[in-house]
Design a protein around this ligand. Sequence first.
Ligand SMILES: [Zn+2]
Length: 145
Amino acid sequence: MKCPYCSYEESKVTNKRESPGGIRRRRECLKCRKRFTTYEKIEKKDLYVVKKDGRREKFDREKLESGVDRAFEKRPIPKEKIDKMINEIEEQLRKKGREVKSSFIGGITMRKIKKIDHVAFIRFASVYRDFQDIKDFKEGLNDLQ
Ligand SMILES: [Zn+2]
């Protein structure tokens, strides 16, 4: 990391702070001793969701979260557990590639919810099943078996 003042190549990190979007480092130049901050963004490739009618839209984690939260409403399940599940879902989707079918997301999500809470599962399933292609949906389920 080059010093913005004297362009010297070496610096030491005096402070490091992580945030969801990246890592912030306070650095001190080993030559001129001036301090500067660097910000390292965590690279997340865009992930697209292909809907049943063929339209593509950017994967929206908040949308997934709100759907899942609704299913778990008033259920005695800790929020951390649900968050962890959503993290796992997102990870799995990103492993699939740059594009996933919306029905695939539904399939994965349902399987995960089923393992945690049956009531939430039925709630999520009843909303979801109505408007999804059954074949794609099963594909999503099978992928985790
Ligand atoms: Zn310097």
